[in-house]
Design a protein around this ligand. Structure first.
Ligand code: ADP
Ligand code: MG
Length: 388
């Protein structure tokens, strides 16, 4: 079977009747720890994964963009730079690309038009951030083809602006940053306050496993917004910009002045920031038992204090943790109310983990899980068809 790079080139020829000039790729991602900390100016520790969106491009002489994706066969979308118009909800996927060019145009940057064909193997809507992979592959292509010389971080910020202002999704910067800046065999510790980031080596002894619970996700947006408001109201209580500027001692002393819910929401964020930094040290030091404990504490905090897990996710985490003990860590990853679980486990236990999921999860929940065996991958880049 042809690889995604070959498929992108083939789709290009089929659609535009000529060959593409170049190929660009960007990865999906998984967050290892640090949940709901990004919008509180805290720490996150994502890794880019070896599932990619690939775009074949050909430069145009005008300012028109034409795009086709194998995920939406038969649709050729077209727009002109700076004339993106209003977001059209029925035009779902192209809005991520138009958002990027609209953000560029609003920033006063120029861009040359492109014809592009998009293929990939990041599952759409599974929580592995196919949307950021799409934006960053496109943004990297535009940056290169228009010779803008934006840094990968600037491309990520442009993509986030597009998603916030054009698509209308109040996402943080994590997904775009890790897709742009990921390094092979490393996670990235990101300080969401100043966007400083450091690669953190993942020990070679560990396998990266992502399991989609396949729970139908309801209420995600409203619950997400509610959590944001709850965090902001505690920050307001302390008269600070964000929960980043509150410490645990302060929170404890204000316990009686806060509602129980507000106190627990803030406690999750404050303790999660600490766990995320500690987990990055544990990874660097190869201290898997410590990592195991921190991931377990993170999951318990999301379940009990932040209340964003669901019974199926808790079941999945429990059954994996029974197999791995302290030879790996497991927790829910992503915004919550369904979605995925991430596990970093000793290679020797990978088969046993997969077997436990296959034999127990559907029996306990009535749902089949999807398992992705991954590795930490490099961020966005121009690629050759032969070396993909
Ligand atoms: P996630 O980012 O977790 O995969 P989202 O709902 O944020 O889920 O983003 C999924 C959407 O991103 C898809 O519905 C589609 O509009 C767009 N998208 C992602 N990858 C592609 C692709 N390869 N081709 C076209 N659209 C894509
Ligand atoms: Mg997304």
């Amino acid at each position: 079977m042809s690889n995604p790079a070959q498929r992108a080139n083939k789709l290009f020829v089929q659609t535009f009747g000529t060959t593409a000039d170049d190929l660009y790729l960007a990865p999906g991602r998984v967050n290892l720890i640090g949940e709901h900390t990004d919008y509180n100016d805290g720490f996150v520790l994502p890794a880019a994964i070896n599932f990619h969106t690939i775009i074949a491009v050909k430069r145009r002489d005008d300012d028109t963009f034409r795009a086709v994706s194998d995920a939406f066969p038969g649709e050729i979308k077209e727009w002109r730079f700076g004339l993106e118009g209003k977001m059209n909800p029925s035009d779902s996927w192209i809005n991520y690309l138009k958002g990027f060019t609209a953000a560029m145009s609003a920033a006063g940057l120029p861009a040359k038009g492109l014809d592009l064909s998009i293929v990939g193997n990041v599952p759409l809507g599974a929580g592995l951030s196919s949307s950021a992979a799409l934006e960053i592959a496109f943004g990297t292509a535009v940056n290169d083809c228009s010779q803008l010389r934006l840094s990968p971080l600037a491309v990520a910020q442009m993509a986030q602006r597009g998603e916030n202002q054009y698509v209308g999704c109040a996402c943080g910067i994590m997904d775009q940053m890790i897709s742009a800046l990921g390094e092979q065999d490393h996670a990235l510790l990101i300080d969401c306050e100043d966007l400083d980031s450091q690669p953190v080596h993942i020990p070679d002894s560990l396998s990266l496993i992502i399991v989609n619970s396949n729970v139908q996700r309801g209420l995600v947006d409203s619950e997400y917004n509610l959590r944001r408001e709850q965090c902001e109201s505690v920050a307001d209580h302390f008269g600070v910009e964000s929960l980043r500027h509150v410490d645990l001692a302060q929170l404890e002393s204000a316990k009686l002045a806060l509602s129980d819910v507000s106190y627990r929401r803030a406690r999750h964020v404050l303790t999660e920031n600490r766990r995320t930094q500690n987990a990055s040290h544990a990874l660097e030091a190869g201290n898997i038992a410590k990592l195991s404990k921190l991931m377990a504490q993170s999951h318990a905090s999301m379940r009990d204090d932040f209340e964003i897990t669901v019974p199926e996710i808790d079941t999945l985490v429990e059954l994996i943790s029974e197999v791995i003990g302290d030879r790996g860590g497991v927790r829910m990853t992503g915004g919550g109310f369904g979605g995925c679980v991430v596990a970093l486990v000793d290679h020797e236990l990978t088969d046993a983990v997969v077997e436990a999921i296959e034999s127990q999860y559907s029996e306990k929940t009535g749902i089949e899980a999807t398992v992705y065996l991954c590795s930490a991958s490099a961020g966005a880049a121009r690629v050759d068809e032969e070396v993909y």
